[in-house]
Design a binder for this molecule. Structure first.
Ligand code: HEC
Length: 485
């Protein structure tokens, strides 16, 4: 009986929906009524005048001019950009970014009908500018002491600059959300905030003072000497913890509900900004706003853990010379970064239980050289966030829980790694792990002649590539944002 009632109601609702839909279909979707709400919500954060995308999609004329491209790119799943593959665990914010099948169909119908603008009175949406900071707490606004005009060395198109921000904390606090506000949006491509505490706060101060307060050039990380003193620093290989990351179109500023990242009294914050200088450069003063709460608030503290795999990329077949020797690559790192940093490639082999025999010297064309490392979980912990990090030769990275067992689960897979779209991904369902579980990071690199990085206008020739901080060195790094206990 009850079922019958529900069915009748459902039928009535379906009828009503069909009627409404039928009405719209008769005249077809228009920009103002149907397309603007989609483009405003899911495209405008990058596609606005001066934004990171090469053209705006905020008016009927913009949309009409690009109608064919809009359909082509959205159908192919290339726009809006969403890096995690479908095999990744569900990620917070995904649905804010991706298009639904209904939205895809609306765009296609509208374009097929000649991209009609419709009636301006039907437009009720506004281009999204990204979410603000919400939730309890106070807001700390941090900005570099002066604007910086990015410039790329050697005729290149990228500049990575680290700014010192001083939150002047008199006590430990939790950061619960971070809002990054690029000033010159057309050139800011990604931003990472690191906590430099203890010895690294002093290091950051020194680098900043040496630069006359302008900040310093930094590529793969914040460019601080390794700090292995803290109890949890080994699980980060001496790198400072991440507080937050931002890429254009980034839609989730808040950490998962009930969590926070602890930032210590006296700590400095290093803000790494990647400037992409395809468009004209100019002075930029990117700001960071942090939502903070006292450390006494009962929140779950999230910590950064890194799982790093060895990177051993020999020259492809047919390429020979001194630059193809591992010994030469090691010596180059000693010269560039000092003996301590140059010891990392060998330490990684040991930590990951591998030897050079696991990395054959003959790699064919070199287009798919893989590496991995397993880390045994030693204590109960809950994984809230996952990220991956490689440099320019990386093309696929995956973080897997309990690989090769019936409990195997892909936490994050970035099947088309792009150094220019880095973010931390928070899981809809945090994953609880403990002793007996294993987490594996797997990376695939292309060291072929055709895929070598182009620095300025010059494409590099293949060489033996090892783990290292520099532009043309590599990394294979899985990052977890976890709560322990
Ligand atoms: C996160 C930023 C971002 C978002 C969100 C985004 N785009 Fe883009 N889009 C770009 C960038 C950057 C480019 C330039 C090409 C590149 O670097 O990949 C681009 C290029 C394009 C192009 C031209 C591609 C070509 O090769 O002709 C189209 C069309 C496009 N976007 C449509 C869309 C639509 C439609 C949406 C929303 C449904 C959208 N984009 C959302 C950043 C974005």
């Amino acid at each position: 009986m009850r079922n019958a009632v529900i069915l009748t109601v459902l039928a009535a609702v379906a009828g009503a929906v069909l009627l409404v839909h039928g009405g719209a279909a008769a005249s077809g979707p228009t920009y103002n009524a149907d397309v603007a709400p989609i483009l405003d919500a899911k495209c405008a954060s990058c596609h606005h005048l001066g934004g990171i995308a090469p053209f705006g999609l905020t008016t009927a004329a913009d949309a009409k001019a690009h109608a064919a491209g809009i359909v082509r790119m959205t159908k192919a799943g290339l726009m809006p950009p969403w890096m995690p593959g479908d095999d990744s665990a569900p990620i917070i914010g995904r649905d804010l970014r991706r298009l639904t099948s209904t939205e895809l169909a609306t765009l296609a119908q509208w374009a097929a009908a000649g991209a009609p603008a419709g009636n301006p009175a039907d437009r009720h949406s506004k281009p999204s500018t990204g979410a603000g900071l919400t939730g309890p707490g106070t807001t700390l606004v941090l900005e570099p002491s002066k604007p910086y005009t990015p410039h790329a060395a050697n005729g290149g198109i990228d500049d990575y600059h680290c700014f010192l921000l001083d939150p002047k904390l008199k006590q430990d606090v939790f950061v619960t959300a971070a809002l990054i506000k690029p000033q010159r949006t057309g050139i800011v491509h990604h931003v990472i905030l690191y906590e430099a505490a203890g010895a690294q706060a002093t290091d950051a101060d020194q680098l900043n003072a040496a630069s006359g307060g302008k900040g310093w050039t930094c590529f793969g990380g914040p460019g601080l000497p390794l700090d292995l003193s803290g109890s949890d620093s080994l699980s980060r290989l001496g790198q400072p913890p991440w507080i937050a990351a931002w890429v254009p179109g980034h839609s989730t500023n808040a950490l998962p509900a009930g969590t926070g990242v602890l930032v210590h009294k006296g700590a400095k914050i290093v803000m790494q900004v990647h400037y992409n200088l395809i468009a004209a450069s100019g002075p930029d003063r990117t700001k960071a706003e942090l939502r903070i709460r006292p450390a006494t608030t009962p929140l779950i503290p999230l910590q950064t853990q890194l799982i790093a795999a060895p990177v051993e990329l020999p020259c492809p077949d047919g390429v020979t010379g001194p630059q193809c020797s591992r010994q030469q690559a090691f010596q180059d790192e000693v010269n560039k970064y000092g003996a301590e940093n140059a010891a990392i490639p060998t330490a990684l082999l040991k930590i990951c239980g591998k030897t050079l025999a696991d990395y054959p010297q003959s790699v064919g064309t070199g287009t798919a050289i893989t590496t991995s490392c397993d880390r045994a979980v030693t204590q109960p912990e809950t994984i809230y966030g996952v990220a991956g990090h490689m440099h320019l030769r990386g093309h696929d990275i995956k973080v897997t829980l309990d690989p090769g067992t019936s409990k195997e689960q892909t936490l994050l897979h970035l099947p088309a790694w792009d150094f220019h779209w880095q973010d931390v991904y928070y899981l809809v369902n945090p994953v609880t792990v403990g002793p007996g579980d294993t987490i594996r990071v797997t990376c695939s690199f292309d060291n072929s002649t055709a895929d070598q990085p182009v620095i300025g206008t010059k494409q590099l020739t293949p060489r033996y590539v090892l783990w290292g901080e520099g532009t043309t060195d590599e990394m294979c790094l899985g990052m977890l944002s976890v709560a322990t206990g």
